[in-house]
Ligand binder design. Structure first.
Ligand SMILES: CC(C)(COP(=O)(O)OP(=O)(O)OC[C@H]1O[C@@H](n2cnc3c(N)ncnc32)[C@H](O)[C@@H]1OP(=O)(O)O)[C@@H](O)C(=O)NCCC(=O)NCCS
Length: 157
């Protein structure tokens, strides 16, 4: 089994939209409005030259991590981990951890010293994953990209 991680390219975007919807347990039908909206959202990351890393098994994308620069106090200069999704059949096998480590190492190489993310309060599994990884919960007055019902986590490199 060959595992690779590389920056995303435009032709990956439909696959990444599918990974995200399937990881969230949502309908990933390509003709649905939901799929088209995710496709536009992920394509915009590349349009804006943000960092998106794709993980592939035997050359087939099965996970991705998208990072955004978001200079909002008190997280100015932090890498904002916006999306991290692993296809259901590949979850809990160490791939998410490997992809996140690769992403943070690359961001550190790009000059970042901290990262921030927001996770749904009721997503116990992802929260456990981030806490085990070393992220710490932060009390903040303002959310960066999400609304209420999300917990903010940070990590220093
Ligand atoms: C959350 C997610 C990215 C984690 O990736 P993953 O590949 O499943 O997780 P890993 O196998 O790399 O797990 C890494 C560590 O987290 C722990 N972990 C993973 N799932 C866990 C669970 N359900 N309960 C407790 N710990 C868990 C593992 O035990 C592992 O710890 P270890 O390194 O000590 O062995 C992935 O499960 C996913 O895409 N989930 C659905 C979408 C989602 O919620 N994304 C996050 C949005 S904020």
């Amino acid at each position: 089994m060959r595992v690779d991680i590389r920056p995303a390219i435009y032709s990956d975007c439909p696959k990444l939209a599918k990974i995200k919807l399937l990881a969230r347990g949502e309908n990933a039908d390509e003709s649905s409005a939901r799929f088209q909206s995710e496709l536009r959202y992920i394509t915009a990351f590349l349009d804006e030259r943000q960092s998106v890393f794709v993980q592939l098994i035997d050359r087939a994308p099965m996970a991705f991590c998208a990072v955004r620069e978001r200079n909002i106090k008190p997280f100015i200069g932090y890498a904002f981990i916006k999306d991290l999704y692993v296809l259901p059949e590949w979850q809990s096998k160490g791939f998410g951890k490997k992809l996140l480590m690769h992403t943070l190492r690359t961001m550190r190489g790009n000059g970042y010293m901290n990262a921030v993310l927001e996770c749904a309060e009721d997503n116990a599994r992802a929260r456990k994953f981030y806490e085990k990884f070393g992220f710490e919960k932060r009390e903040v007055n303002q959310k960066i990209g999400c609304s209420d019902g999300y917990v903010t986590y940070t990590i220093d490199f």
